[in-house]
Design a protein around this ligand. Structure first.
Ligand code: FAD
Length: 357
């Protein structure tokens, strides 16, 4: 996978794929077979969409010719499969703007200021752009980026600090364990905060948390955040409401809120495309939306008989690639070729066919 360098320069490309979930990744493959270069953008810091964000280590049984694989394995296989096409990935940023230019191309802008000009767009935005669930304490917002964070920090970044970690999933518990482990990178104190003493993280992670709590290396409080305390422009404590109805202050230097991700259709709804119950209406011959040149595949689209399954998204991506090719290469005749026998496809895939010598 090629991570594109951050640059203010306008990037010209054949196609932009919005969303790096399983369907967006397979879209790169199908576009690549038709020699359409793609840039892929996702608001998550790694590719995989729901497969990584929601069930990375759980099994999937209905991918054709794969009896079973986990969400993470499926994504890894898709990344291997698309490697020959060197698609550029712009991760950890949301596509905010999609606008048609006078020459018929589309201008795409991301939340990190990446600007692209594309002949076609395929939206594979799933159930929406995954964003961290926010702390429901408005007064804390000004401290975001200085003392309030929604992602786990780099190892050592919080050494010697008093840290509160809010959450009950793998991310929160693993982060609390890392920060509390003896060593140079250890925080001065770590308190895990969740509304009850029951966690949805993997059982072995929960067990390690219990051990560290028992040994006093990790604090825990069953409570919900309700407010903050600040002094001289610094966040000094989080006010929490405990199970017995009392309010208390948790002193801290850093607050990590790792309470999971929630998808928001967000800007996709503002691009002037026909929607039906928050999904993009498509023509099933090519999965084109109401705007010629913009296609929608995977969970984000709707049509009679739609099933939100990865397998269905793969089929949609195949037809969308042919639809997109008509915009990228309007003069070129489009033929169906088999990867088994086509010398052109072997060339684009970078594989040598023994039969071709
Ligand atoms: P997603 O996987 O949702 O990916 C979309 C991506 O687009 C996301 O990463 C999102 O951040 C990004 N995005 C959206 N908007 C923007 C934007 N504006 N800018 C930047 N990025 C954006 N399906 C099966 O076929 N078999 C199964 O066994 C199965 N098991 C499942 C188990 C669970 C627990 C869940 C929740 C789902 C399961 N599914 C299963 C459904 C399957 O995961 C989805 O059908 C599939 O992920 C859809 O892929 P997608 O690429 O369309 O969208």
């Amino acid at each position: 996978m090629v991570s594109a360098p951050a640059s203010a320069a306008l990037i010209e490309t054949d196609a932009v794929v919005v969303g790096a979930g399983p369907v967006g990744l397979f879209q790169v493959f199908e576009l690549g077979l038709l020699e359409i270069r793609a840039h892929v953008i996702d608001s998550l810091p790694e590719p995989g969409g729901q497969c990584i964000a929601l069930y990375a280590d759980k099994p999937i049984y209905d991918i054709p010719a794969t009896a079973v694989c986990t969400g993470r394995e499926l994504v890894q296989r898709l990344l291997t499969q698309i490697a020959p096409f060197d698609a550029a990935f712009h991760l950890d940023q949301q596509v905010d703007v999609v606008q048609r230019e006078a020459d018929g191309r589309f201008r795409v802008e991301t939340s990190k200021g990446v600007r692209l000009l594309a002949k076609t767009i395929v939206i594979a935005g799933g159930v929406g752009s995954f964003r961290p669930r926010r702390l429901k304490v408005d007064a804390a917002a000004p401290f975001e980026g200085s003392q309030l964070f929604y992602t786990a920090p780099e190892p050592g970044a919080l050494a010697g600090r008093h840290v509160v970690v809010n959450g009950d999933g793998d991310d929160a518990l693993e982060c609390a364990l890392r920060l509390a482990q003896p060593g140079a990178q250890r925080a001065a104190s770590v308190t895990l905060l969740h509304r009850r003493d029951d966690f949805k993280a993997a059982p072995e992670t929960v067990e390690r948390v219990r051990e560290l709590r028992a040994s006093g290396q990790l604090g825990f409080i069953a409570a919900q955040p309700t407010g903050i305390e600040q002094h001289a422009g610094r966040l000094t404590a989080l006010q929490v409401l405990t199970a017995d109805g009392s309010t208390r202050a948790l002193p801290l230097d850093m607050l990590l809120v790792l309470t999971g991700l929630s998808p928001k259709l967000g800007p996709i709804a503002d691009w002037g495309l026909a929607l039906e119950r928050k999904q993009l209406v498509v023509d099933t011959a090519s999965f084109e939306t109401s705007t010629p040149g913009i296609f929608a595949v995977g969970d984000v689209n709707t049509y009679p008989g739609k099933k939100k399954l990865i397998l269905c998204g793969f089929h949609e991506a195949t037809l969308a690639a042919f639809g997109a090719a008509a915009h990228v290469f309007p003069q070129r005749p489009l033929h169906l070729e088999y990867t088994t026998t086509s010398p052109r496809l072997h060339r684009v895939l970078g594989v040598a066919n023994p039969a071709e010598g």
